[in-house]
Write a protein that binds this ligand. Structure first.
Ligand SMILES: [Ca+2]
Ligand SMILES: [Ca+2]
Length: 331
């Protein structure tokens, strides 16, 4: 009975969740093989130090960026939100823990001459934390992670209540991190327009703080997102099949599934074999197989626990052809 209730809750969540918000989105870097801005701002980035492209959290090739921690970074055309205005920075990261420095900047821009002028977000080694640095004042909240695991990190600055550095909300995945491990002093955020947006380092040549690990789906908003909007970035929902490349949907049944899952009619002309993946909502590839057939049966009973999953079909060129959610219920 508990499993059934959980499954019903999952299904309700699946209905009520939404796509990531587009309102206030001033930069969006998918990092699918380039540094182009997918928002309307055209704040495209140029790579330096030869960052490489790798698998994202769903196992899709060339769909996230790996930074080597030595000299890899991007520079955009311009800055992010300035002065003391509200903002949200959201990104997926898989951190490489063999880092040698104290700080590892993910994003930085702004000015450098006066306290409050810089806006820098990154990871700090000493208390294993997510931090914001605005020069001379620094706030950090501890995160939970395992080497190589993907997490969504979101930093929200809501200037409507206060433009103080202490007034920043830090999320790991969909949970607010409650307490500081390095408590900032009282200082107003007053970001300047001197250094453009840098991804993977601090903009200062004397102290670049190169990030080491993988980044994906970097979003910058000029407003404070709500908790439900963070949820929608973490777990965007589409109940129906999403034909991504072909005007053709595949069938997946039964849904919910208790043992076998049948996937059919996904083959189209032009491709001879497909890769079929079952991944968790957080992107872990749980089952992967190759198929030359347009109908397959997967036995899931010993491989999954009760929950929601994606079935993803990729064609010969590793392009995602179809993606669909389904629910599995353990007997
Ligand atoms: Ca390099
Ligand atoms: Ca991506």
């Amino acid at each position: 009975m508990k499993k059934l209730i959980f499954a019903i809750c999952c299904f309700l969540c699946l209905i009520c969740n939404a796509q990531p918000p587009s309102s206030g989105l001033v930069a969006f870097y998918q990092l699918d093989g380039d540094g182009l801005d997918q928002s309307n701002s055209a704040n495209d980035m140029t790579p330096f130090g030869s960052p490489t492209y790798t698998e994202d959290r769903f196992g899709n090739k060339n769909s996230a960026c790996y930074f080597d921690g030595n000299d890899d970074y991007f520079v955009a055309n311009s800055v992010g939100p300035l002065g003391g205005t509200s903002r949200t920075i959201s990104f997926w990261a898989s951190i490489d823990l063999e880092f040698n420095n104290d700080g590892f900047a993910v994003i930085s821009y702004g000015g450098e001459n006066t306290s409050g002028y810089r806006f820098e977000i990154g990871f700090n080694k000493s208390c294993k934390s997510l931090y914001t640095d605005v020069i001379n004042e620094f706030g950090a909240k501890p995160i939970n992670y395992h080497n190589g695991s993907w997490h969504l990190y979101t930093v929200i600055f809501d200037a409507s209540s206060s433009n103080n550095l202490t007034n920043i909300t830090y999320y790991q995945d969909t949970s607010i991190i409650s307490s500081f491990c390095m408590t900032p002093g009282s200082i107003s955020i007053n970001t300047q327009n001197d250094y453009p947006l840098h991804l993977g380092r601090l903009f200062l040549a004397s102290n670049p703080r190169f990030f080491k690990g993988k980044l994906d789906e970097v979003r910058i908003y000029n407003r404070a997102l709500t908790a439900s909007e963070v949820q929608s970035i973490y777990s965007p929902t589409s109940v129906s099949s999403e034909p991504l490349l072909h005007n053709h949907s595949f069938k997946i049944y039964p849904n919910p599934s208790r043992n076998s899952l049948y996937i059919s009619d996904f083959r189209t002309s032009g491709d001879n074999h497909y890769s079929v993946k079952i991944v968790s909502l957080t992107g872990k590839v749980l089952i992967e197989l190759e198929s030359t057939q347009s109908n397959i049966e997967l036995s899931l009973s010993d491989q999954l626990s009760t929950g929601l999953y994606y079935a993803i079909i990729q064609n010969e060129n590793s392009l995602e052809v179809y993606k669909q959610r389904f629910m599995f219920i353990e007997d």
